[in-house]
Design a protein around this ligand. Structure first.
Ligand code: MLT
Length: 244
């Protein structure tokens, strides 16, 4: 147990639009986009993709493509025309992608990662690698900002559930404390959802959006906790496994 006053802070920032209010006080930023960017990135790294290059715009992804790189692009939940794949975690299980470097742009997730890149340590969090990331953060014992990617700068439930679950575990370890109401709210939302996240999110905006696009299998995959033990981190502009 760390003495009370020496505990590190862990806080939740609901969306990139509030990042400026939190950015200066933390050593590690964990970026979360449960549906689906950070879940897809965890899937890619777990299935042997060497690195993901997160880019904010479709134009940047296209430039990588034109230089002969593999590139993926998603907007509004759909694969952008001209790209072979987008943001489905299943797309990255393809053995042909093992050892490859892929540029990826998504509506919110890669933008949030790039906003967070001013931190010297950026980690990719999802429900799939919830315990792996939480256990590592507890060992590190450095202050943590949990950044939800949201939807177009708005709050979203799924990222808040994941951020709240990580914050809860960190606080439970006795090494961390939270001071912001956003963190307390995220923790309680996550506790209310944890017995059946899929049902809890039934009416949520992005789940409805993905259902309309027939992407329910992706949603189920992304909402399943602790299926992967990877810890993807941003290093020199590329996301790789921490232990690679
Ligand atoms: C995003 O980055 O906004 C999402 O991952 C959207 C999606 O579900 O593809």
């Amino acid at each position: 147990m760390t003495p009370e006053d020496q505990r590190k802070r862990v806080e939740v920032c609901f969306s990139p639009s509030q990042f400026h209010l939190y950015r200066t006080d933390f050593e590690i930023c964990v970026v979360i986009d449960v549906l689906r960017a950070t879940s897809a990135i965890c899937s890619a790294i777990a299935h042997g993709v060497q690195a993901i290059i997160p880019v904010s715009t479709v134009e940047e992804a296209r430039a990588y493509q034109q230089q002969g790189h593999l590139a993926a692009a998603e907007r509004e939940g759909q694969i952008v025309e001209g790209f072979e794949f987008g943001n489905s975690p299943y797309a990255y299980m393809n053995p042909e992608l093992k050892g490859k470097i892929i540029a990826l742009t998504t509506t919110n997730g890669t933008r949030a990662i790039n906003i967070a890149s001013e931190f010297s340590q950026v980690v990719i969090g999802s429900l799939n690698n919830l315990d792996a990331v939480s256990d590592w953060l507890i060992e590190e014992e450095r202050s943590v900002l949990l950044l939800g990617s949201g939807w177009k700068d708005k709050f979203n439930l799924e990222d808040t559930i994941c951020a709240g679950a990580i914050a809860d575990k960190l606080i439970d370890s006795g090494k961390f404390k939270a001071e912001e109401d956003s963190t307390i709210a995220a923790k309680f939302i996550s506790r209310s959802a944890r017995d059946n996240i899929f049902a809890f999110l039934k009416a949520s905006s992005h789940r409805r959006r993905l259902k309309r696009l027939n992407l329910n299998e992706d949603v189920k995959y992304c909402l399943t906790t602790n299926t992967l033990d990877v810890i993807p981190v941003l290093r020199n502009g590329q996301i790789e496994n921490l232990h690679s």
